[in-house]
Design a protein around this ligand. Sequence first.
Ligand code: EPZ
Length: 470
Amino acid sequence: MASFSTLNLSPSPKPTHSLLKPLIPAPEIDTRTQIQTPYPKLILTGPSQLSGHVSISGSKNSALPILAATLCCSGTSRIQNVPDLFDTRTMASVLVSLGAKVEVLDNEMLVNTDGVGSVEPNADEIQKIRGGFFVIGPLVARFGEAVVALPGGCNIGVRPVDLHIRGLQSLGAVVELRDGKVQAYAANGRGLVGGSFQLDYPSVGATETLMMAACMADGTTVLSNVAREPEVVDLARFLTNCGACVDGAGSNKLVIKGKSQLRGCECVVAPDRIEAGTFMLAAAITRSCISISPVIPCQMSSLIHKLSAAGCKIKKCSHDTLEVSAVSGRGGDNLLSVVVKTGPYPGFPTDLQPQIMALLTTCNGLSSVEESVFDKRMSHVSELLKLGAKIQENSMIVLTHVCYHVSVLNGSSLVANDIRGGMSLVLAGLAAEGTTEISGVAHIDRGYENLDMKLRFLGADVKRLMPLAS
Ligand code: EPZ
């Protein structure tokens, strides 16, 4: 087992590191593809017809808060099924920068925070991802103070942290923003105190930060209008296994009885519902039939509802396997337009909005997509237009775009600007005639483990251009 502090942290797509899923063959690196390119690029040749089965990795947005929550625990936590991504590696660096010991083997992380000697994580690491900021909750709760830089993450609109701050204040913390850092400490000089707080908006991150903080506060905390996302439930399950007392996860109200100490435990991160949804949309846009597992079908219902309405056939093959078919029997184009509006869970996930928009540009009729969670999550629109998609902003309803049916998308050179927007370009590239070249791949790699290998395994023609080693 390699000791993390000596490991080179630079994220690199290591093909064979997932012992958990030995089925996926290592990609042949086609040396001819190593042309002079400053950044990695994906080259897709379409239209693709996908077939077979794809394995879904652990959830990025569950793994990140669970890794942060190890700061609440003494002893060692063993976190399994952690996707090997830039973001999870960065979160591990955040923990190491505080003095934690992190050991990694494939998709497993052993985290021991007994050696934590700082309450100020490395700001550069925090600014690389959004989830890094969530450590502020466990740090103030366990150590009585924290100094955390304002987070980074996808540029998809304003992403304030006011709810995290006001929630901590309601638990007896004094919180100030100074020099781009949030400084928080327990007003009583000892620790946080149970209280009640109503979130203005069911923010996933704020719910997770405050749940972790309240787990070690003195007394009972009531958090209302909280997020109900499955990732919040995953975090509550981990904390409960560590000895915490959290009631109501998955509902819009949490009641948390604080404990003075929590102990590290073992946990397996749930499958990534956004990755699963993305592959379901890949089957739809390529008019293919594939099976996907592991998935938790009830977490996919809003997407299943939209895909069924569009004309896809979704079959539950087993408790954790879904088959998605959009094969057109009559040779004609079979999928129909739908109306989509994103919202907090169980609404339609904003993290699937760009991907379903790509699909809807190929469906018969007029579709509309309204983004209600983030105010600037539309960077993919101008890129999809380069493929010949017909998308128009609806001036009557803010953040709503109308997609007109086009029979053919044509390959082009595109730029990915964030994780999910970038993935919508990959889906469109799979369906487009000819060659699509996507740069900004690092964004996509932040959210999808072994992507090009999984697509290749489904029969897609995908190459990754790597810059020549200088
Ligand atoms: C989490 O981000 C996810 N990231 C996002 O996934 C996801 O899009 C989002 O939840 C919504 O589902 C992680 O879990 C690491 P929010 P988060 O707080 O916590 C407003 C991906 O692609 N808000 O629920 O940052 C905010 O401006 C990423 O994997 C406040 O006003 O999302 C936004 O409009 C992208 N004040 C809304 O809430 C606050 O203090 C939702 O944000 C916090 C949030």
